[in-house]
Design a protein around this ligand. Structure first.
Ligand code: ATP
Ligand code: MG
Length: 257
């Protein structure tokens, strides 16, 4: 049965989407069957795979509203083993539309329950907020992968992030675990990056991945071509780091099983 992993940090611009697109692409490349769900109205994961979010027939919105079967929203990407449920700006209104629904926190969980077995991993790219779309993602997930940027105020907001996870665990999804913390946009030339790594490791203890994602221009360029970095420039530092992260991710899960 597939494992569902939410990529979450309510802070904006920390590398959630970059991690989602590139970790998924690397895992697909090493033979895992992956579904990526874009649940951010910005639709950056969707365009990161080269899919035009404005012309997709259906998006995750249609499923959350109960109008379309989730299977009909899944599209094949250009890459083997890699499938996507796109998002677009339609989703922006869904927080309000969901508010009036019964079991509004369970909409995503109940939709994906039919397809979990079809994949090895399902990754959900959360928006930078603590609203209903994020809560739906955490309720539907087995674990949370938290990207943290090696920058000033890296740990700012981490306590509300942890409180959100605790709240979901208590009320709606007692099985939710922390999959791991990924340090991103590391710049080895600065003391600041090195300090942040130490602070984050102190805070999260054993949950931080050994692989650290460096700041790398190829990672920033690849989305403008709609290509994961492993295809855009496989020899780049960014591509190598995400491939290492994919291997560490799998190793950890296989160790636990
Ligand atoms: P949001 O909260 O808006 O959804 P996010 O957490 O998904 O943001 P990203 O979109 O992944 O963050 O990254 C923010 C910006 O930083 C993007 O322009 C991205 O290309 C760039 N970026 C992310 N990771 C790296 C990296 N390791 N090296 C260089 N640029 C990066
Ligand atoms: Mg994003």
């Amino acid at each position: 049965m597939g494992k569902v992993v939410a990529i979450f940090n309510q802070k904006g611009g920390v590398g959630k989407t970059t991690t989602n697109v590139n970790l998924s692409a690397c895992l697909a490349k090493i033979g895992k069957k992956i579904l990526v769900i874009d649940i951010d109205p910005q639709g950056n994961t969707t365009s990161g795979f080269g899919i035009d979010k404005n012309t997709v027939e259906y998006s995750i919105y249609d499923t959350l509203m109960g109008e379309i079967n989730i299977k009909d929203t899944i599209i094949e990407t250009a890459y083997r083993n890699l499938f996507l449920i796109p998002s677009n700006v339609d989703l922006a209104g869904s927080e309000i539309e969901l508010t009036t629904r019964e079991k509004r926190e369970l909409a995503l969980k109940s939709s994906i329950s039919n397809i979990i077995e079809d994949y090895d991993f399902i990754f959900i790219d959360c928006p930078p907020s603590l609203g209903l779309l994020t809560i739906n993602s955490l309720v539907a997930s087995d674990s949370v992968l938290i990207p943290i940027q090696c920058e000033y105020y890296a740990l700012e907001g981490v306590s509300s992030l942890m409180n959100t996870i605790k709240m979901v665990k208590k009320g709606l999804n007692s099985n939710l675990e922390i999959e791991g913390v990924v340090l991103s946009m590391f710049d080895g030339r600065t003391n600041l990056s090195i300090q942040v790594v130490d602070e984050v490791k102190k805070y999260f203890r054993g949950s931080v991945y050994t692989t650290i994602i460096p700041r790398n221009v190829r990672l920033a360029e690849a989305p403008s071509y709609g290509i994961p970095v492993i295809e855009y420039d496989p020899k780049s530092k960014g591509a190598k780091a995400y491939m290492e992260l994919a291997e560490e991710f799998i190793e950890y899960i296989e160790d636990v099983i």
